[in-house]
Design a protein around this ligand. Structure first.
Ligand SMILES: [Zn+2]
Length: 267
């Protein structure tokens, strides 16, 4: 049985994994409020579960790194629960983890993000890793993995451009599929307090409108929800989980197939 969890490996096994050219996959999320019906570990649980499943399906060619638990959530601090780290801290933390992996010989690294507000920072972490090491690093939000959008829109019961946002149909379905005992659907309420307008909306599946901004969460939502969790189900969650894991395997294979070309100095 091939080990695929980095944390379970001995140092000689880590060396072999790097020598085999296996891809290092780094989950990153945050801890923050997710309405009254979902636990504060929603982003972390969903991201790590999907990533672990994907790497287990590609265990001969990837390893999953212990997750970076904390992320950028200062706009959530009006609700009890958020454990935020600063933007510069997050960039430095993620970059140090990726540079360590590069130092140990992992030439290809994929950061899998599970928290929307980490997005610009994981992009920067990936760019800096590629610029500052010999390794190639990319980042992806797990809900943006190939194939997820089609599955999500096929089962969507909530309104487009907002219904599958924070603690909405998408995340609640996944949590129901993974740990239903931790979800209290009697407390789930739909909320569209972020007031989607012509050029502004946020949705995990429909993306963001051209107007990108983030107001304090307490301005946008009374319950902490943005979207419609009442349309969620465990069955939908299982379909989304499978699609996301499949999509990440596709990305793992695409990254591994990509040649790392030497730089050429044209001075
Ligand atoms: Zn979330």
């Amino acid at each position: 049985m091939t080990k695929y969890r980095y944390g379970e490996m001995t140092w000689p096994e880590v060396k072999v994994a790097a020598d085999e050219g296996r891809l290092a996959v780094v989950p990153i999320a945050t801890i923050e409020d997710h309405g009254r019906h979902l636990p504060v570990d929603t982003d972390l649980l969903l991201c790590t579960a999907v990533t672990e499943e994907a790497v287990s399906r590609a265990r001969d060619r990837a390893v999953v790194i212990p997750a970076i638990n904390h992320g950028y959530s200062p706009h959530h601090l009006d609700f009890p629960g958020a454990l935020t780290i600063g933007a510069q801290t997050l960039i430095a933390y993620g970059l140090d983890v990726c540079k360590s992996l590069a130092h140990h010989g992992f030439r290809r690294i994929l950061i899998v993000n599970g928290h929307g507000s980490n997005t610009p920072f994981v992009d920067i972490i990936a760019r800096l890793t590629t610029v500052e090491t010999q390794s190639l690093c990319a980042a992806v939000n797990y809900w943006a993995a190939p194939g997820v959008r089609e599955v999500a829109n096929g089962l969507r019961g909530s309104q487009p451009r907002g219904g599958m946002n924070h603690a909405g149909e998408f995340e609640t379905s996944l949590y129901l599929a993974l740990r239903p005992q931790c979800v209290d659907m009697s407390l789930a309420v739909p909320e569209y307090g972020h007031r989607p307008s012509k050029n502004y909306w946020t949705d995990l599946i429909d993306g963001d409108g051209p107007l990108v901004m983030m107001e304090p969460w307490s301005v946008l939502s009374e319950s902490g929800v943005m979207g419609d969790p009442t349309t969620a189900s465990a069955e939908k969650g299982r379909a989304l989980f499978d699609a996301a894991a499949n999509g990440l395997v596709e990305l793992i294979d695409e990254m591994r197939a990509r040649a790392i070309e030497p730089r050429r100095d044209h001075h």
